[in-house]
Design a protein around this ligand. Sequence first.
Ligand code: NOJ
Length: 522
Amino acid sequence: MSTHPWWQTTVIYQIYPRSFQDTSGNGVGDLPGITSRLDYLSDTLGVGAIWISPFYKSPMADFGYDVADYTSVDPLFGTMNDFDELLDEVHARGMKLIIDWVPNHSSDEHPWFVESRSSRDNPKRDWYTWRDPKPDGSPPNNWVSAFTGPAWNFDETTGQYYLCTFTTKQADLNWRNPEVQEAMLADLAFWLDRGVDGIRVDVAHFVMKDPELRDNPLVEGEPVINTKDHGEYDLYEHIYDKGHEDNHALYRDVRALLDSYQPERFSVGEIYIADWREWASYYGDLDELHLPFNFSLLWAPWTAAGISGEVNAAEAAIPPGGWPSYVLGNHDNNRIATRFGEEQMPLAAMLLLTLRGVPTLYYGDELGIPERYIPPEQQLDPHGRLLPGAGRDGCRTPMQWDSSAHAGFSSDGTETTWLPLSDDWSDRNVAKHLDDPGSLLNLYRRLLAYRASSDDLQTGDYTHLEAPEGCFAYRRGDLTVALNFTNEELVLQFGGSVELSTYPDDEATPGRLRPHEGIIIK
Ligand code: NOJ
């Protein structure tokens, strides 16, 4: 029996609920749809945990990341009974369910905000951040929305601005008010009491801000380039509008709440911080978040040196006893098949599933679904509408199950799906991939099965190994993993026998790597 808690040895699969499976015929995915596909996740694929992006009541200004009631299910996605059934069925298959928790902001349609905006002396006024305009009528400070434009919205009724770090329909909660803390943790406990196994914390480091709301300084020199163009947002050093040290006390409280449950409940935080020390501070003394998501592989150059540099930096930054995590794709970034190139997908799969720590796999990346181009004027995503080029619709297209109408995502009679399918869905889908022994999906299945049976991969130490240029090699316990990032053959000096190769034939050897080949050697 492993002495490691479940979350350390699991593989997380992220589901964007609008896009996984539609059972109601309206072209939008729903909770019963996820339930209907659980066998795929547990048996066909073999992941251990599912993280579902928000399904709570919401006006969908940011497709659910604008929550109007934290303890509800939006009718678009189903009912609370549907949720309970999903949770039961996940547990019946020995899997875990992680839900999204969005503490930084609520929808402006949340009853708390409706009250708060109703008058300056409403008891909930201070649940959000309200400030007078500057004498010239402009916003209280220079903070910019992560989606571009001012992070403040003027409210005519009471003549003040409220803080909104994302869209104007997402009002930042004031976590410095103890009543907010109490209400939010009570809403979180609602789900923990229902039996959810963990939470993914949305923009975890944004929650606490500078209490004096000081202006952010401008970036000196070149702004740090992310995978998306964030326009105006990247012009500032975000030292006052997020990342305040008081976040740590908050996550200690969240952790205490999670730890008060048996069996163990888990948290993973969305922490987009490039500075390793600051990033790692969210582990606390292992008393804050169980894991901060590590997004560094999304930004690194796709070369052996680029990727190994990030992995080594993460390993060095994580506090003793802390556990790593890796992400190659999610609902906010361009699809990896398009970012790295199709021929790199097998290598990416082996990388993700052989590093030390918890891998998170984004739905559809096991098929190599490419980014779908959606022109700015057709973008539904608020970020894409505000900032052409930043749109995220292209990585949120419906899951591709088979070659029937709507790729099996929606029923035949459905008029149209909420986003179009990616172009190659009739060839690239689960049914077709299952029939092809050399498919990416079958490689994912082999890797997941191997990982599930290997203590070395699940919990073994990580050591970076010397290897020819272009090859990233590491030891995991008694195993060696060697990844060729080049399109040339590379000669290796490793002994042993090949356990698994990203090539579907039997010709892999520990003495050489074919172009873009990855191997696991014992
Ligand atoms: C991060 C989420 O991943 C993203 O989709 C959302 O738009 C913002 N947070 C705001 O909640």
